[in-house]
Design a binder for this molecule. Structure first.
Ligand code: NAD
Length: 510
């Protein structure tokens, strides 16, 4: 069992410091600059995280570069064995990882286990690397000549993670990168660094050699360092559009591969023929689960035709959710990450009111007994929303469902396609033809048919599109392997001695 505070060192009775992970050691930063980590249910300071110094970041990337020489040459079977052990260690520690997530991020314990579990599935997928990394061959392209390809690692890769999935998203990153033979520099979200540290310890316990994974902490300086350091060949980013566009541009200018998963506004289109019971429950779960702090949350409902009459029942179901600290039994909706996030969500609800929308369920004044200082917003439903309103245009990232109405499926498709984001969407219907039309005509990367949060399993890839993604190769699955490898193509000729050329051939071979 790994201690809960792994990667942190207590310097007083109540507040611990998050360490850096450099060259296989958990080291205390010498930085003069530190940030507080809060429990979102109470706003108590539960730890501190350093902004790593330039020297510490250099030490981390140097460690990655040194380790790359041996790790990239380590047999693929040896790398596979490490990840086979790793997936078991994650399974053994899932409850401890979840507790740490709930403490730092606020989501409910059951949801935190789901966070770990969805990351674990990616680690399990890496265990089939011996098939995933196969190249191609074509024998006899001409006499005595064969062509074949190898997928090779690319070098030091880096990941920059957001706060909302402290386990899953780092696990989309370094296991995929490392199993391909790259070494990895991770910068977790400075708001929830604990889980990544525990994942690093488990990876070390699984046998990953020193230097194959390094972890630095910080904000803008750490991000700029990653974008600029010449040894880093690829950057995987997940987070907001503001940061993602910036990192995509700065990293690409420096010649790096960048995959950048960003914000979203996911529409759930409800057809009047849908299974009502199932659809309303799915909508409520997908809008308010994780307090709406999921990039695949269904934050916008589009009620088509008679489905608009289902609003009162939707409100009743949402009222039944229990708002509480994530570690309390029966909690459905935990707190938001920070007081600033709460304030932003509340002001976006108010902007809807100011622009003529109707708040059918208002979670702004929710009180949670025993957690009066937490960042809670209760489930909120805003109807009569139109596409020009601020609460529709901006990603709210809170437990708020905005509701639009459409007269037909065609109108609903127009609404979805006009929105700049293309992360996820769902249609609820019992009509196969409507579902097929929707999946074909909608310009969104991940589509659920009666599935509210269609996050693909890792044998597929996470395929957000338009304003939700920059880059051309997505996270995990086959595309993840492509992102973390480059192809070498070998053309070889072995001919018998008596078939050797008798004179130089100066024309282009055909
Ligand atoms: P964020 O952009 O604030 O932070 C993400 C990372 O970028 C952090 O490590 C942070 O230190 C760094 N960062 C923050 N601001 C920066 C800036 N201005 N310049 C450079 N670096 C910066 O995102 P967040 O609040 O942690 O996460 C929530 C966002 O992430 C939402 O928009 C959500 O939709 C998105 N998200 C997207 C996906 C996806 O796969 N599309 C998944 C999860 C979250």
């Amino acid at each position: 069992m790994v201690p809960l505070q792994m990667g942190r060192m207590c310097y007083s009775s109540s507040v611990s410091t998050t360490k850096l992970f450099i060259d296989g050691k958990f080291v205390e930063s010498k930085s003069p600059e530190w940030l507080d980590i809060h429990n979102p249910a109470t706003n108590e300071v539960i730890g501190r995280v350093p902004k790593a110094t330039h020297e510490e970041m250099l030490a981390a990337v140097d460690s990655c570069s040194r380790a790359y020489h041996t790790w990239s040459e380590t047999s693929i079977l040896a790398r596979q064995q490490i990840f086979l052990r790793y997936q078991q260690l994650i399974k053994d520690n899932i409850k401890e990882l979840a507790k740490l997530i709930t403490l730092e991020q606020g989501k409910t314990l059951a949801d935190a286990e789901g966070d770990v579990f969805r990351g674990l599935q990616v680690v399990e997928h890496t265990c089939s690397i011996t098939s995933l990394m196969l190249g191609e061959t074509l024998p006899s392209i001409t006499k005595d000549m064969d062509t074949y390809t190898f997928r090779m690692p690319i070098g030091v890769c880096a990941g920059i993670a957001p706060f909302n999935f402290p386990a899953m998203i780092p696990l989309w990153m370094f296991p995929m990168g490392m199993v391909c033979g790259n070494t990895y520099l991770l910068k977790p979200s400075e708001r929830v660094p604990g889980c990544a540290m525990m994942l690093a310890k488990l990876l070390q316990d699984a046998g990953a050699p020193d230097g194959t994974l390094n972890i630095i902490h910080g904000q803008h300086d750490a991000v700029n360092f990653i974008c600029d350091h010449p040894a880093i060949k690829a950057i995987s980013f997940v987070g907001s559009n503001q940061a993602g566009e910036y990192i995509y541009e700065r990293g690409s200018k420096n010649g790096k591969r960048v995959q950048s998963n960003m914000g979203a506004k996911n529409h759930g289109v409800v057809m009047p023929d849908a299974n009502k019971e199932n659809t309303l429950n799915q909508l409520v779960g997908a809008a308010f689960g994780a307090a709406g702090q999921r990039c695949m949350a269904l934050s916008t409902a589009v009620l088509v035709g008679e489905a608009r009459n289902w609003l009162p029942e939707l409100v009743e179901r949402a009222k039944g959710l229990r708002v509480n600290a994530g570690d309390q039994p029966g909690a459905d909706v935990g707190p938001l990450i920070s007081p600033q996030a709460k304030e932003r969500v509340n002001s976006l609800i108010q902007s809807g009111v100011d622009e003529g929308a109707k708040v059918l369920l208002d979670g702004r004044n929710v009180k949670v007994k025993g957690y009066e200082n937490g960042n809670f917003v209760g489930p909120t439903i805003v109807s009569n929303v139109t596409p020009d309103m601020k609460c529709y245009k901006e990603e709210i990232f809170g437990p708020v469902l905005v509701v639009l109405e459409a007269d037909s499926l065609d109108d609903a498709i127009k609404i979805v396609n006009k929105n700049p984001y293309g992360n996820g969407t769902a249609i609820f219907t019992t009509n196969g033809a409507a579902a097929r039309k929707y999946t074909h005509e909608v310009d969104v990367g991940q589509i659920g048919v009666n599935v509210p949060i269609p996050v693909p399993l890792p044998m597929f890839s996470f395929t957000g599109s338009r304003a939700s993604f920059r880059g051309d190769t997505n996270f995990y699955g086959k595309q993840g392997i492509q992102f973390y490898t480059q192809i070498k193509t070998v053309t070889s000729q072995w001919k018998a001695e008596d078939a050797s050329l008798k004179s130089p051939a100066v024309t282009m071979p055909t």
